[in-house]
Design a binder for this molecule. Structure first.
Ligand SMILES: Cc1cc2nc3c(=O)[nH]c(=O)nc-3n(C[C@H](O)[C@H](O)[C@H](O)COP(=O)(O)OP(=O)(O)OC[C@H]3O[C@@H](n4cnc5c(N)ncnc54)[C@H](O)[C@@H]3O)c2cc1C
Length: 400
């Protein structure tokens, strides 16, 4: 049996950041990650100004920038009516007016490497939490399976940062309010030709929304489809998908010519949900374990990081004292839950608009209305609001 002051399950952005923050405050923490590395394709790439500010408050921003993320000050898209600016981060009052694009595995390696500078930080890879340990209705830790066999990790506080299919959340019996955004995403890679544009770009047209994420050597493509339509697309054949790419984005990713088989394409089921209650005595859920966000605006990593910052600010001293009360856990939820809910509502509205815009007729009253909405969308205040919400979240969170 291992004893620690805080046991964090999950080495994603939420768990890795919380581990770093608590270890920096001199606490002993164990972070469990069930995989042997962070190299998973299905992860986001966007480090927003809010996360950059948190890194800066930890004196880590300069070192992070040495990893040479692709700095994207403006996120723009192309529609049949022309180019649109989705968010211009140069308008924000921040030292980091851009999105830093970096594969998430590099970001997680960075966070955990920095955390190992602190003697209290222990990251166990290939270590899967299998069960909660409960005594008298209080969570006292978890059972763990690793290459060394079975173990128990006991702590006054266990944090479930184990992602959107959180096992700990289920074991704790915490209930979810789920909504189902009307989209799924096809996720595949295309080669990045030497003469092609640089930088992440979105395309809306022909009833479709497609985002090309620039990962330098290749494009990671997120192709938004109506929920549940993947099987019908598959039946229609890969040629049809290739034709759409060639039509909507002919100058990017070789127009999709490298797409030969459905084996190259993964289907991601988009979900948005949130826990009604983020905690039980001895247990707190954060990040995607507490709330899965839709992909709109790419805010998932950054909301997970903000949860970790809020949790560390509010709980470090109670953890040090050896007792974390339910009231203190509730304070974390109180600080974060309304912001999550607000962002989920913004995401749902933006998604509806994007789907409608992408299906806009070229003539008639529909086109006129789309033109007016497009104008409003492009006005300064709307542009600034978008950049603010996406870049910095609803309310800034600072590392204490
Ligand atoms: C394809 C895709 C693209 C995305 N793009 C973006 C984007 O561009 N920008 C953005 O901000 N967000 C994006 N996201 C969302 C982003 O990846 C998530 O918001 C973020 O990873 C959530 O962080 P988290 O730490 O809460 O959970 P996760 O990142 O899911 O981390 C949970 C971790 O817990 C581990 N784990 C699970 N169960 C156990 C267990 N029992 N024991 C031990 N370990 C366990 C998992 O292996 C995982 O490493 C994307 C997501 C997907 C799927």
């Amino acid at each position: 049996m291992t004893r620690t002051q805080c046991c964090i399950v999950g080495g994603g952005p939420a768990g890795a950041m919380l581990g770093l923050l608590l270890a920096r405050k001199g606490l002993d923490v164990v972070v469990l990650e069930k995989n042997g590395d962070f190299l998973r394709d299905f992860r986001g790439d966007t480090i927003h100004p809010s996360t950059m500010e948190s890194l800066d408050e930890l004196d880590l921003a300069e070192r992070f920038l040495e990893l040479k993320p692709a700095l994207t000050p403006v996120f723009s898209g192309r529609t049949p009516a022309g180019a649109v600016t989705l968010a211009d981060f140069r308008e924000l009052r921040t030292r980091f007016p851009y999105i830093a694009m970096i594969p998430q595995w590099d970001f997680l390696n960075f966070l955990t490497c920095e955390a190992t500078r602190y003697p209290g930080f222990h990251l166990l890879m290939n270590a899967e939490a299998t069960e909660l340990i409960e005594e008298d209705g209080v969570v006292r830790g978890v059972r763990v399976r690793s290459a060394d066999g079975e173990d128990e990790i006991r702590a006054p506080l266990t944090v479930a940062a184990d992602g959107r299919s959180s096992r700990l959340r289920d074991r704790a019996g915490l209930s979810l309010a789920a909504s189902s955004p009307p989209i799924d995403v096809l996720w595949f890679r295309l080669p990045h030709g030497p003469d092609e544009p640089i930088g992440t770009t979105g395309f809306a047209g022909d009833g479709r929304v497609i985002v090309y994420i620039d990962r330098r050597d290749y494009w990671q493509v997120a192709y938004v489809i109506p929920k549940g339509s993947a099987d019908a697309l598959r039946r229609a054949g890969i040629d049809q998908l290739r034709d759409v790419l060639a039509r909507v984005a002919p100058d990017v990713g070789g127009g999709g010519a490298a797409l030969r088989s459905w084996d190259q394409v993964s289907v991601l089921t988009v979900r948005a949900d949130r826990l009604r209650r983020w905690h039980r005595p001895g247990l707190l859920c954060i990040g995607y374990a507490a709330h899965a966000m839709s992909p709109v605006g790419g805010v998932g990593i950054n909301f997970a990081i903000q949860d970790a910052v809020a949790a560390a600010n509010l709980l470090a001293e109670p953890i040090r004292s050896g007792h974390v009360s339910d009231r203190q856990l509730a304070a974390v939820q109180r600080q974060r839950a309304w912001q999550v809910r607000a962002m989920q509502l913004i995401q749902a509205g933006a998604l509806r608009l994007a789907v409608r815009a992408s299906a806009t007729p070229r003539r008639g009253p529909g086109a006129l209305l789309a033109g007016v909405l497009g104008r409003l969308f492009g006005l300064g205040p709307a542009r600034r609001l978008r950049a603010r919400a996406v870049g910095l979240g609803i309310r800034r969170v600072h590392v204490a």
